[in-house]
Each structure stands twice: as structure tokens, then as C-alpha cells.
Design a protein around this ligand. Structure first.
Ligand code: 13P
Ligand code: SF4
Length: 329
């Protein structure tokens, strides 16, 4: 393998950044792909949007924007690129397509799903609307376009409370994350009717695990994603979306931190905060990890895995996503 991957100026800049979390032997495999993807991006006027859970070689190596799911939706609407490659899970790529229907939106692996998105169907939402007539539906953005089409307004963990309160009603149906619904209920007077979906990554954390880590590290700051069970959130110092968590670390610069979320995110935030020590109980999202540099290269080169949404569903679903974007963070 050529040492070019350590001396090439653009590549060595990237490696300098991520060398604390990517071993040299792995860099030799990633570097040629990063170079090829970044060239293809220019040649095809493409943009790569990556979620905060993507691996460091994607997040720091090829992504133009790395962010939480709310910012990815907003950025997807703004881009002038001809092609959007969404490095994240399927609902994120669908949301990008809804926000920017004229663009070609590609996802490197069509099977990158989400346990929350697959926990509910359009039929389920129609059944709930019959059961609770006139009660508006707020859906987490972690849902299929079919569910979004049955939804009044979408939200993410960054703006869930704000979205619920924006409706000015005393009751909402909130789908599909039971724990996020619980978190919202604790922060609003609006009555929340929830669904039983959970995230297979965040539901695994326990309050005991978090408390044990705090006992061993009394000075630690513990920050949790709102998809975690309620006792985990109560045992934490702060709860927020993935970007909210990254912002907390950047601003507060705690000596030691535990991000109670998908563990790759700690690598990405570590790179940007070299003086913070990260304690990492490791739960990986198997869906997010389906995205690799090889698959990004193939899908961009062949313009494969294009997101298509039927016209009727897209027209209805777009309204709920746009409404979310207008409400903002
Ligand atoms: P964020 O909206 O906080 O980025 O989270 C998305 C997600 O899938 C978390 O598991
Ligand atoms: Fe879905 Fe959980 Fe993976 Fe996020 S971490 S994409 S909510 S399964």
C-alpha cells in the first residue's frame, strides 16, 4: 500500500483528525476509497449527508454535512447538488427525498432500517385515528413515508416537545417511540397517547449500568438520548438529540463524559474534543453500521439504490415533514 495516503495533503489532513480513533492499518484501507469518493462527488455534483452515528472515516472523511436527523432533513431541502447520498438509515433518506423531491437521493444500503420505523404501519395509524377521532398525530421522523402520510406533523428528539406544544391542543397521538413519548410527557402538560415502539440500541441501557459508571467516575457528566428508558434519563445529567449531546460536550468540555447512545458517536465527538475523556459502554446500531465506504462508492458511481416514493404518499407525507422543519429546533 502506498504511503501516498499519509502524504497526500487532503488525505493527511483527514488522517490527522481521526488518527486517535482509526488505527493506521484501517486507514490504509479507507484512504483510497475516501479519495475516490471525494473525486466522484465533485465530478457528479453530489453531496454526502451523514448521521452522527456514521463511522469516523465516513463522518470526517467524505461527509459534507454530519448532523442529527433534524438538521439532515433541513440541509437536504437546502442543497443545490444534483445527487444526495444519505449515509444513515432508510427513513432519513426518505425524509431527504420528501424535502427535496427534484433531487436524486441515494442510500448506500437499502436494508439499513430502524426498529422504530418498522414498529408501526400506515394501517396502525389509521386504526389509532379511528380510536381517537380528532386527536392530531405527531410522528417521530423515525417512521416510513407511509406513516408520515397519516401524520399531522413530524418531530425529532431535538424538537419533540416544541412540536407537540405548537399544536395548541390538550391531547396528541405520539408515535412510535414509547420512551420518547414518555420523555415528552414529562416536559409538557399536553396528554400524550403513545405507541409501543422502541429503539433496539437505546432500550438496552440500564439505570444500574449508568449509576455504576457514575460511582466509579464521580466527576463524570452523563448525557443520554431521549430514546433511552426513563430511569436512564433520570440517572443522567442531560438529555438531548445526537447534535444536542455533541453541543453539550463542545460547550461544557467536561473532563470525563458518557454518551448514553450509539457508541460510534463517541469516536466522532472525541475527534472534535481531544481533551475530553470518553467512557464507552458500547451499543452499536446494526442498521447504521450497514453503511460503508465501499457501498458509498458503489452507489455514487452507479447511481444505484435510489429512493422512490409513490406520488400520493409523498404529497401527504411531505406536509408533515415540512411542518416540522418550519417549527425548527
Ligand atoms: P437524532 O435525531 O438525535 O439524530 O437521533 C436519530 C436516531 O435514530 C437516534 O437513534
Ligand atoms: Fe433506529 Fe435506534 Fe438505529 Fe436510531 S439507533 S436508527 S432509532 S434502531
Amino acid at each position: 500500500m502506498s504511503s501516498e495516503y499519509f502524504t497526500d495533503e487532503s488525505l493527511s489532513e483527514i488522517y490527522k483528525k481521526i488518527s486517535s480513533v482509526v488505527p493506521e492499518i484501517e486507514w490504509k484501507v479507507h484512504a483510497p476509497l475516501i479519495k475516490k469518493i471525494n473525486k466522484l462527488k465533485k465530478d457528479k455534483n453530489a453531496v454526502i449527508l451523514a448521521h452522527n452515528y456514521q463511522t469516523p472515516e465516513i463522518y470526517h472523511g467524505v461527509a459534507d454535512i454530519s448532523a442529527d436527523s433534524l438538521a439532515l432533513a433541513i440541509e437536504a431541502a437546502k442543497t443545490n447538488a444534483d445527487i444526495i447520498v444519505l449515509c444513515g438509515v432508510h427513513f432519513m433518506a426518505e425524509t431527504a427525498k420528501l424535502m427535496n423531491p427534484e433531487k436524486k437521493v441515494l442510500i448506500p444500503d437499502m436494508t439499513a432500517g430502524c426498529s422504530l420505523a418498522s414498529s408501526i404501519t400506515g394501517d396502525d395509524v389509521r386504526m389509532l385515528k379511528e380510536k381517537y377521532p380528532g386527536v392530531p398525530v405527531v410522528s417521530y421522523v423515525n417512521t416510513s413515508a407511509e406513516v408520515k402520510a397519516e401524520t399531522d406533523v413530524c418531530c425529532t428528539s431535538a424538537n419533540a416537545v416544541k412540536v407537540v406544544e405548537s399544536l395548541g391542543v390538550d391531547k396528541v397521538i405520539f408515535l412510535p417511540d414509547h420512551y420518547l413519548a414518555n420523555y415528552v410527557q414529562k416536559n409538557t402538560k399536553v396528554k400524550i397517547i403513545s405507541w409501543q415502539g422502541t429503539c433496539i440500541v437505546h432500550e438496552k441501557f440500564s439505570a444500574k449500568e449508568v449509576e455504576d459508571i457514575r460511582k466509579e467516575n464521580p466527576e463524570i457528566k452523563i448525557i443520554a438520548h431521549p430514546e433511552c428508558p426513563p430511569d436512564v434519563i433520570s440517572a443522567s445529567d442531560f438529555a438531548g438529540s445526537t447534535s444536542g449531546m455533541a453541543k453539550y460536550v463542545k460547550e461544557k468540555q467536561p473532563k470525563k463524559v458518557l454518551l448514553v447512545t450509539e457508541c460510534t458517536m463517541s469516536d466522532n465527538v472525541q475527534v472534535e474534543n481531544p481533551n475530553v475523556q470518553f467512557i464507552r459502554p458500547c451499543n452499536l446500531c446494526p442498521y447504521m453500521k450497514k453503511i460503508t465506504l465501499n457501498k458509498i462508492y458503489d452507489c455514487l458511481k452507479n447511481e444505484s439504490n435510489e429512493i422512490k416514493i409513490s406520488h400520493n404518499i409523498a404529497t401527504m407525507a411531505r406536509k408533515s415533514v415540512q411542518r416540522m422543519a418550519e417549527i425548527g429546533r
